[in-house]
Design a protein around this ligand. Sequence first.
Ligand code: UDP
Ligand code: MG
Length: 316
Amino acid sequence: MQSETEFSIVIPIYNEEENIPELYRRLTAVMKKLCEDEGMEKESYEIILVDDGSTDRSWLLIKGLHEKDQKIKGIRFSRNFGHHIAITAGLDHAEGNAVILMDGDLQDPPEEIPKLYEKFIEGYDLVYAEREKRDDPLLRKIISWIYLRVLKIITNLEINLESGIFRIMSKRTVENLRRLREKSRFLLGLMGWVGLPQAKVKIERHKRYSGSSKYTLFKLFKLAWHGVTSFSYVPLQLATYLGFLVAVMSFLLGLFMLYRKLFLGIPILGYASIIVSLFFLGGVILLVLGVIGEYIGRIYTEVQNRPLYVIQEEIR
Ligand code: UDP
Ligand code: MG
């Protein structure tokens, strides 16, 4: 069903007080122009700002913007639930026929939205911005490159590797995404899972307008791990592979020792090899147990079936 609102722009906000005014200014200019260029009678868009438990003046700013511009809608979480959950809440509330996702720090330049839209109306359900150049630290680039390659191999899903969340999606993509309510969310993976026709557009990713990344190393690691465990149980099969490896290795080692004893007359030394293999096997077993534990933990949170987020305040 076609809805009244043409565009929804969903933006997660976590302590972005320095960025909100500039974001609003640039985004509004772009959206007004886009609506005009598309020959719409009235500007038909909404900007949904999801405040993910900010501790600065972000929410006050959002409320202020809403008072002078009804196109601004706000959702305020009771606490920090995380980037992907904030986006999820925005998607739950978005009414537009085309839904645009972008970060709130102006790393995704609003001026590029028309470029995404141009591709979108060729008939795709999802058009994402492929980063042309990334201004992230080198180490982070290397790690994320390796990680995403590995992820693609083991999950076998079309997860676009060089993209952030900057994208435009059709209503039916969003409706399908809404049906996926798993607790540990890896949105790029979920979008790959939906699997409707995708296309990409090359877009430059800028430096943050102000402030520093809200992603700590720990949060990034958590996200990466969720990416793997949400879409594959390869880690659970680790036990099989490791068990096989250890068996083969110890067999070869046994042959080697036998050879030395029989043909070279070197006596079999017990102590060191026993200790080493004991620790090695102990390590392997602990590792595998840990992995199983992770999956059980995940099952546990799914079974608890808590809601994904709690809204403290909503303006629309
Ligand atoms: N963000 C959020 N909750 C968080 C962390 C970040 O809503 O717990 C928002 C943040 O305000 C920004 C976007 O998610 O709009 C991306 O965050 P950030 O720029 O810190 O990540 P990076 O660009 O470094 O990956
Ligand atoms: Mg950023």
